[in-house]
Design a protein around this ligand. Structure first.
Ligand code: NDP
Length: 337
């Protein structure tokens, strides 16, 4: 790459099932030029998130699909190279959905200036960015945890789940995490203070969950969908809340997923089941971010990152979200800070 070349990873074809490396293509072109009100930014950290798989499909109920041949959508932390917006200067660090590319044009009206004093720059797309805000606001606004509640979280060792569990601990709850593999389970109990953990690949999930939740489940933070629900819903306590945050087990589905009927336990316990979309909670971002940053500074929450070097490795790294090989917030380091 020369100073006047921009590499982009574009969608070569729509994935069928799990994403493959051949669904993506690396292309080179000129570095773009900003117009009035815009910024030219150089990507430092690229965030890989499960929702990107949905944008590669054609489901119009979600956000618009990525057109074939265009750069993959994605949140990134970048440095301003050139600014044609009065609110930004070269050298500023910004967070915006500028996608899988070395350089991008950001609209000054959309970009968020990152405060490097709050934490390492990468946290702007992690614990202090979209996943952290999702965990905090999904749990607090929809889950409404109360001291003594039992809170169960799936994909608990991931970017969202790990923060949700730690916020629930701060709220005085008993926290049970479901994750894949012994190393993740050890991390959840020994480093993040989860009270109980369950390996989704091992043993009898309903029995393990029943034994971990003797008083039932007051809050379920759903990140994965699929068969885990069959174990969760029979254990709901009266007045439980279910935060439908994600359903990663469905994102690669080629057939409509089987959705088990959980009507009886929801009805009998008067459980509130609510879909959650972080982008509907923009008014609460800064309050939530400040609170998470304070807990981070005080050592009350910790985070873990899974870093892959090089933009060209993003397609292979992305696959790890869907087989659980990522351990922590999945990031691509595109250039030096
Ligand atoms: P993670 O870092 O948690 O990575 C995904 C994890 O999901 C994997 O590591 C794996 O964990 C688990 N997983 C993958 N495939 C399956 C499967 N088939 N069945 C069960 N578990 C599976 O990702 P994020 O924290 O970034 O995202 C978590 C969820 O939150 C996603 O569903 C995402 O779409 C959603 N989300 C929703 C938002 C909203 O506004 N509603 C905003 C942001 C995220 P393991 O193997 O350990 O179980």
């Amino acid at each position: 790459m020369t100073a006047d070349t921009n590499r982009q990873i574009v969608l070569a074809r729509r994935p069928v099932g799990a994403p493959q490396e051949t669904d993506f293509r690396l292309v080179e072109g000129p570095v773009p030029t900003p117009a009035d009100g815009e910024l030219l930014v150089r990507t430092i950290w690229l965030s890989l998130d499960p929702y990107m798989r949905l944008r590669m499909g054609t489901d119009l109920r979600y956000y618009p699909p990525i057109p074939l041949g265009e750069a993959i959508v994605g949140g990134a932390v970048s440095r301003v190279v050139e600014s044609r917006h009065p609110g930004f200067a070269p050298g500023d660090i910004v967070d915006d959905y500028t996608g899988w590319q070395d350089y991008a044009i950001a609209r000054g009206a959309d970009a968020r200036k990152v405060d490097p004093a709050l934490g390492p720059l990468s946290t702007a797309v992690g614990v202090l960015g979209m996943p952290g805000l999702t965990a905090y606001l999904g749990l607090v606004k929809v889950g409404r945890p109360a001291p003594g509640d039992t809170v169960v979280i799936s994909a608990a060792a991931g970017a969202v789940g790990a923060v949700a569990g730690q916020v629930a601990k701060i709220a005085g709850c008993r926290v049970v995490g479901i994750a894949g593999g012994a190393e993740k389970l050890r991390y959840l109990t020994q480093e993040l203070g989860f009270d109980a953990v369950i390996d989704r690949h091992e043993g009898d999930l309903p029995a393990a969950l029943a034994s971990a939740c003797p008083d039932g489940i007051d809050v379920y933070f759903e990140n994965v969908g699929g068969p885990i629900g069959d174990a969760i819903y029979p254990l709901l306590a009266n007045g439980a809340r279910v935060v439908i945050c994600g359903g990663i087990s469905h994102y690669n589905a080629t057939e409509p997923p089987r959705v088990a009927s959980h009507l009886a336990p929801i009805l009998f316990t008067e459980t509130e089941v609510k879909g959650f979309n972080i982008f509907s909670y923009g008014a609460h971002y800064e309050h939530a971010r400040r609170r998470l940053a304070r807990w981070l500074a005080d050592g009350r929450i910790a985070f873990r990152e899974d870093v892959v070097d090089g933009l060209e490795n993003a397609p292979v790294a992305f696959q790890r979200l869907f087989d659980g090989r990522n351990f922590g917030k999945l990031l691509v380091k595109v250039s030096a800070e």
